[in-house]
Design a protein around this ligand. Structure first.
Ligand SMILES: Nc1nc2c(c(=O)[nH]1)N[C@H]1C(S)=C(S)[C@@H](COP(=O)(O)O)O[C@H]1N2
Ligand SMILES: [Mo]
Length: 319
């Protein structure tokens, strides 16, 4: 496959414009009365008023906030909610992390159907809002580490992937789970702008990874439904893996005997492994993974093996 342009998120964090600089620039533009003019060209028609104005709970608003599960806590401060909602990777909308929230206005998260298929006894289509009532929602605070060396700590709301997999009842020969994002070019302007990517976005886990207690399907964050830029209405959270494994706006889950291809691994295999486990001692070919920058505070922190979840997941990888 031919890759025409290196994706913007392949920049190491050290080369990315510091947030203070672009925030300062926006303030300057606003002060000069040029904000609307300067941003008009890149805003979609339905541009939301703020990064948190992109929340649409559909008929699930009464499920929030959910009970916090105290088993999942983190010894680092929570990231500021607005910072997390205005610094996103979601290439279906745009490659500009600061601008994703401005491009998601046309995306319709409801109604939402999850399709279970492949090597299982109970394939079928499930209404997400119904599943959310069937599996009690809980809140979990997890670390999150992007392969680009930025990180955050956020409270996700959702349910573990395991009971959904149990519902599908995989056959003994199923060894992998493939997950696919919605493909809606009319609602996702980045898909039209970057037609060369192999859309829709697709990721995968081994079945032991997918049924691990930490593998979580998030429908919410910070005590309410997910803003669209975080992957509404349902996205994967596998906190011991780099961000690219945490696929957003999932419509399909398929059970397979053989390991399937994954989006970034197919595009740039020597830079983005299938496993995508956080390994501080293994540098990305173009930058170190030994430390990370906390978004918001800008604090430099050591990156931990398996992103701090070694005690829970290392046994998955022992040969
Ligand atoms: N469908 C889809 N899922 C995706 C991505 C994407 O571009 N498309 N980007 C991934 C990457 S690289 C990261 S770091 C996280 C970012 O999640 P956040 O924006 O909620 O912090 O989403 C992941 N899931
Ligand atoms: Mo990422």
């Amino acid at each position: 496959m031919q890759i025409r342009t290196p994706p913007a998120w392949h920049l190491p964090e050290a080369q990315v414009t510091p947030e203070a600089v672009w925030q300062g620039r926006r303030r300057f533009l606003a002060a000069a009365g040029l904000g609307a003019l300067a941003l008009a060209g890149c805003r979609s028609a339905d541009a939301p008023a703020s990064p948190l104005a992109t929340v649409d709970p559909g008929l699930t608003a009464d499920l929030y906030p959910a009970r916090r599960n105290p088993a999942y806590g983190v010894d680092r401060p929570l990231t500021d909610e607005r910072t997390a909602a205005s610094y996103n990777n979601f290439y279906e909308f745009t490659t500009d992390k600061a601008e994703v929230w401005q491009q998601v206005g046309a995306f319709q998260p409801w109604p939402w159907t999850l399709t279970l298929s492949g090597l299982c006894r109970k394939p079928g289509q499930h209404d997400l809002a119904k599943l959310m009532r069937q599996f009690a929602l809980e809140e979990r605070v997890y670390r999150f580490r992007c392969v680009e060396a930025w990180s955050m700590v956020v409270p996700w709301t959702g349910f573990p992937l395991r009971p959904l997999i149990a519902l599908a009842d995989p056959l003994p020969e199923a060894r992998y789970v493939r997950l696919v994002t919605a493909e809606r070019p009319d609602q996702m302007p980045g898909m039209r702008g970057q037609a060369w990517y192999p859309w829709p976005y697709f990721e995968a886990l081994s079945l032991p990874e997918a049924t691990h207690e930490l593998a979580f399907l998030a429908t919410g964050i910070y005590g309410h439904a997910l803003p669209r830029q975080h992957g509404a209405p349902v996205r994967l959270v596998v906190p011991w893996k780099y961000g690219y494994k945490n696929i957003k706006s999932i419509v399909g889950i398929e059970f397979l005997a053989e390991r399937p291809a994954t989006f970034w691994n197919k595009l740039v295999p020597h830079e983005y492994g299938f496993d995508g486990n956080v390994e501080p001692q293994v540098p990305h070919p173009r930058w170190s993974q030994a430390s990370e920058r906390a978004i918001g505070s800008g604090e430099r922190l050591p990156t931990l093996p398996y992103n701090g979840y070694a005690a829970e997941v290392a046994s998955l990888y022992r040969v």
